[in-house]
Design a protein around this ligand. Structure first.
Ligand code: NAG
Ligand code: NAG
Ligand code: NAG
Ligand code: NAG
Ligand code: NAG
Length: 235
């Protein structure tokens, strides 16, 4: 019986980046055939093979132009995905056939998408924190803890929108903050709970921009006023 060595790796890659998947580290001159077998999340599949004896590549069902050999397969049979999209979730296996046996390296590829995080007031003593279209689903927590309802919405592309609506009504909580934890990075937003309904949630950067704009406007008005005063004095 021939030897068969298999290794499997879980691989998480951020969407819109470039991924390179390597074959087992086998001396290329001994390889008879190198094959990539891909099964996507929707169960569709694609095979890409290189035969050394006639130096030929062969594809079947590989229509996605973002999945290619990293270079000439007679030099390096690694696979490249550029750019990575949510449809690229799946199992990727490189099999190398050699006179000494077959060698395989499999990858479970999971595409990561950072969620879009927003926080806003939705009523008296109530706020909504939303982590939209993240992959995998994000987790939301609040400071201070309130009475919360969390909903999830699953999209066709594998992303999930998580929305947490919390109420602190009657507890006189002036400020709340929402923490979103996700493999692509954590994020925290704060909100001053005003009375009644309002949409007051901004990421800190937006608040800074608004502050800067207000300050610039203030400066402009100041300059105009000073100029007016000076003009008056001249008369
Ligand atoms: C893919 O196939 C597996 C088993 O062969 C099945 O359990 C799964 O539901 C299928 N998924 C889709 C999206 O068709
Ligand atoms: C294999 O084919 C490529 C072009 O398809 C050629 O550039 C390369 O030199 C060939 N390699 C060998 C070892 O014959
Ligand atoms: C996934 O689908 C949702 C809903 O259609 C969309 O808002 C989001 O931008 C999509 N994300 C990616 C990475 O394709
Ligand atoms: C908001 O809730 C507080 C406490 O429950 C109450 O005193 C206040 O009148 C409410 N304000 C509005 C605008 O409903
Ligand atoms: C994100 O938050 C989670 C739990 O809230 C924590 O376990 C993890 O270490 C944090 N990750 C980073 C990169 O800060």
């Amino acid at each position: 019986m021939e030897g068969l060595a298999i290794a499997y790796t879980s691989l998480s890659v951020p969407v819109d980046t470039k991924a390179v998947l390597c074959c087992p580290p086998i001396l290329l001159t001994t390889v008879v055939v190198a094959t990539w077998e891909i099964t996507f999340r929707d169960n569709s599949s694609c095979t890409r093979a290189y035969r050394r004896d006639n130096n030929e590549t062969k594809d079947s069902n590989c229509t996605d132009t973002r999945i290619t050999w990293v270079s000439r397969p007679d030099q390096n049979p690694a696979l490249q995905i550029d750019p990575v999209a949510t449809t690229h979730d799946g199992n990727y296996t490189c099999e190398m056939v050699t006179p000494n046996g077959n060698f395989r390296h499999g990858y479970y590829l999971q595409v990561l998408v950072p969620p879009e995080v927003t926080l806003f007031q939705s009523g008296n003593g109530t706020a909504v924190c939303k982590a939209a279209a993240g992959k995998p689903a994000a987790q939301i927590s609040w400071t201070p803890e309130g009475t919360c309802v969390t909903e999830q919405e699953h999209w066709d592309n594998g992303t999930v929108t998580v929305q947490s609506t919390c109420s602190w009504e009657g507890h006189h909580v002036p400020n709340v903050s929402c923490s979103v934890s996700h493999v692509t990075g954590n994020k925290s937003l704060s909100l001053a709970l005003g009375p009644g309904v309002g949409i007051l949630g901004f990421p800190e950067s937006s608040l800074l921009i608004i502050l800067c704009m207000k300050f610039s406007l203030f400066l402009i008005i100041l300059v105009i006023v000073v100029k007016r005063i000076n003009d008056c004095r001249k008369e």
